[in-house]
Design a protein around this ligand. Structure first.
Ligand SMILES: Nc1ncnc2c1ncn2[C@@H]1O[C@H](COP(=O)(O)OP(=O)(O)O)[C@@H](O)[C@H]1O
Ligand SMILES: O=C(O)C1=C[C@@H](OP(=O)(O)O)[C@@H](O)[C@H](O)C1
Ligand SMILES: [Mg+2]
Length: 181
């Protein structure tokens, strides 16, 4: 059973974490944060620039700090970045501080959704398909290990997905019992 009202979205690049989270939060009466967007607004530079200057390790340190801070709040929906689950400390915080939704996406669709993007430094490679497949092989068990809900984003638009998720989230809430007289 969930420890707080918080909802955390995990999954690979292009699964729709940012898009679905933005829809889900107002519908649940919660506040939306995207960890990448928080990092961008705090540093004043984009994610690619952080990777350039500080390397992936520097970015992961920032990501862990932001996730620790935001997940400690109550009443938030957080769209994480695809690699947030790599660190054990992040997995532990997400798992214990809210409900974790793992958004899955078929590789072809993931490729299409991220194709025109130059903001995801890990995809600036000669073969983004192979990169996405390799990342997924490494990360899939980590997403699954902390997921309360797993949902495929391939079949539905984000509006429909948000609606389905709201139903599934309310089904896992503890019912309030009337007092016996
Ligand atoms: N369910 C969906 N149906 C169609 N397009 C989607 C869906 N979810 C996301 N997208 C599109 O895919 C792209 C990547 O989505 P985004 O929310 O940035 O993914 P993530 O944060 O998981 O990397 C965006 O252009 C978004 O509009
Ligand atoms: O998968 C990853 O390691 C990353 C995913 C990105 O976020 P999205 O999953 O929202 O694209 C962003 O955090 C960064 O480019 C690294
Ligand atoms: Mg995102």
């Amino acid at each position: 059973m969930s420890r707080t009202r918080n909802v955390f979205l995990v999954g690979p690049m292009g699964a729709g974490k940012t898009t679905i989270g933005r829809r889900l939060a107002p519908a649940l009466g919660l506040t939306f944060y995207d960890s990448d967007e928080v990092i961008i607004s705090r540093t004043g530079v984009d994610i690619a620039t952080i990777f350039d200057i500080e390397g992936e390790a520097g970015f992961r340190d920032r990501e862990s700090r932001v996730l620790d801070e935001l997940s400690a709040l109550d009443g938030v929906v957080i769209a994480t970045g695809g690699g947030a689950i790599l660190r054990e400390e992040n997995r532990e915080r997400l798992r214990t501080r809210g409900q974790v939704i793992y958004l899955t996406v078929p590789l072809d669709l993931q490729l299409r959704r991220t194709r025109r993007d130059n903001q995801r430094p890990l995809l600036q490679t000669a073969n983004p398909r192979e990169r996405l497949a390799a990342l997924q092989r490494e990360r899939e068990p980590l997403y699954r290990a902390i997921a309360d809900i797993v949902i495929d984003t391939g079949a539905n638009d984000s509006k429909r997905l948000a609606r389905d998720l709201i139903k599934r989230l309310s089904a896992t809430r503890e019912p309030v019992q009337p007092q016996g007289r």
